[in-house]
Design a protein around this ligand. Sequence first.
Ligand SMILES: [Zn+2]
Length: 314
Amino acid sequence: MKRKNSVLQTCSLLLLVNTILQCEDLSAWVVRCPRCGSYNVIKKQNLRRKRKGQGRKYLCKDCGKFFNWDNNLKWTHCPTNIVGEILLLVATGNTFRKTARIISSSSSKQKISEKTVANIVAKSVDLMRRFERIVPLKLKKSKEWQIDEIFQARKKGDHLKVINVIDTGTRYILATHASEERDYHAAKEALKKALNNSIAPPKTLKCDGHIPYVKAARELMKGVRIDSKSKKEKFSHINIIEGMQNRMRGVITRRKRYKTVETLQDIADLFRFDHNFFWDKNGEPPIVHAGIKVSNLTWERLIKVVDLIVNDGI
Ligand SMILES: [Zn+2]
């Protein structure tokens, strides 16, 4: 237990997350005796198992217990590398069905159903949302935000909406909010999420003339300049968020129907996390502006570290 305490005394949680994300061998942080909780353990041998993949056998030097340890997540039978592949495939626009087919026909010989893919996505996104609340991942400073929405067909003539908020300078997506409406109430929920994910409100908020956005912003963001212009007044007024939403449509609307707002929220959030952690068209991903300073990150590593922080309470 010694190491854990000394680490927590000297590092903030964010610093700890950055350190673990860069650590080559995660086992150094997490292998401890299941019987007495000691980190005073030594590796005895490597294990190769058919279903669970690679693992290691350890001996606890304090109480003498032998135990096995592996890199896998406890909430799924899928090895972590397959979970990483699934998240990447879904976040880049593949349906659950197509993702299941790609994984099942790849060289890993892992047979996976559409339902398993859906489960893994729902659990992973939930884990990511808990992670961003615990750490927390807040955008450092911002000049201008843009708010807008995309429509998603549900039944004939009926649409669900995803209201988004992005920081213009960093392209950090501050909020994705799925809802039945894009009314005052929904706008408020979206802006609340955005304010939660940033240290301070921006100087300016831009929107396209949709009145509920203006009303909600006046209510929640006192002192912020609200710059609302319709397409007719200025065509490129909110072009940054429109560019992001075009990519988002490619991921979200690829699936024809969403039965519930919750499923839509999950896919929208998966897109948001994928964008914030991996979209590096500007040289580095937006998440660096919320304190995560790691390059060459993969979904496999991210979900493993997030799982350690949230579920193992490192
Ligand atoms: Zn022990």
